[in-house]
Ligand binder design. Sequence first.
Ligand SMILES: C[S@@+](CC[C@H](N)C(=O)[O-])C[C@H]1O[C@@H](n2cnc3c(N)ncnc32)[C@H](O)[C@@H]1O
Length: 393
Amino acid sequence: MTPAGRIAASIGLLDRILTGEAAEHALTGWARANRYAGSGDRAAVRDHVYDALRRLRSLTALSGANTPSGRALLTGHLRAMGRNPEEMFTGEGYAPDPLNAAERVKLRAAPGADMLPELVALDCPDWLGPQLKDSLGNDFAPVLEAMRHRAPVFLRVNARRGSRNEVAVRIAEEGIETRTTPLASHALEVTAGERSIRNSVSYQQGFVELQDASPQAAVEALPLKRGMRILDYCAGGGGKSLAIAARADCDVTAHDAEPRRMRDLPVRAARAGAAVRIAKSDLQGQNYDLVLLDVPCSGIGTWRRDPDAKWKLTPEWLSDLLRVQEEILDQGSRLVAPAGTLAYMTCSLLGAENGGQIAAFLDRHPDWRLVEERSFTPLNGGDGFYSAHLTRV
Ligand SMILES: C[S@@+](CC[C@H](N)C(=O)[O-])C[C@H]1O[C@@H](n2cnc3c(N)ncnc32)[C@H](O)[C@@H]1O
């Protein structure tokens, strides 16, 4: 494909995503339907689409359009790269149609990048700006700026299969280059060969898992001891259960309100040589030494990887999430053994979902106390993440 053909394909995909289709679904469907697109084309189109979604507000403004569209986003994207959009919008071959008169007028009248209002330039939804400023303080602008760029890819080395250095050497032989990161002791940041990970023997044999470095660091901080009974109450795909089972010989039970989300967990656990039990019965009356609540959240900390989530989140959805988080904290606390630990985690940067939830829980339950809390932002390298450990007084 020519560079202009890749831009035309990205425009079509963005139009579908803007009308509600999930970005991954649209990209996978496009790759299947366009077998002529080689791996370089697919990677370039994916990068255009994800860059445009991360920077939806600023690129729309740079195109002069009032509302986002595939053409507006790619016009703004080219302008942001210092290119004249007319060079690509030629209508020749597979290139997008030339700009029409209205688009030209808007482009000419569009402000420069240095003239954009702060929340537009930082690609932050207006309604979330004040809450995020409140939560992040002086880090607000640098964190939002970091969210406009691609996230690094991290692997978690499975300590049951080898040390971080041994596994780094092994995967390098499969073309996956990495470097260590100070964030977590089993984390490797991928510097080359990222697209080969899932097909590599090391991945398929459970030497590595894909997991961001911030949740890895949060799991490392859990007070695990051999033989502990642990409940991963919101296990989902089981990323945290597997990270726990790799660290210590604990009795790990995975539970989720939607059990089908855990369907791949037995296969992933077998691949990793880890024992994870799937909760079959009602948990009422059971108790555990450690209950992990990796609650459903806004996902603001993962906006770099999942940029359309940035624009789909609404105030109503956020208030539903806050209510669910509160309920899960109360439910989970009832499952903790007398001297046990309740560990609360989110991949959010909002105080209301993090420290705010913990403060409200402690108000409702004065017999509990906060033992420690940690916050990570993309300025540390990984995703935005929060964890708090609580125990009874
Ligand atoms: C952030 S995701 C979990 C991600 C997972 N721990 C991982 O590391 O891959 C949150 C999970 O909470 C589950 N959930 C939502 N409401 C719940 C509830 N009331 N009780 C238990 N799980 C719930 C969702 O189905 C979802 O799988």
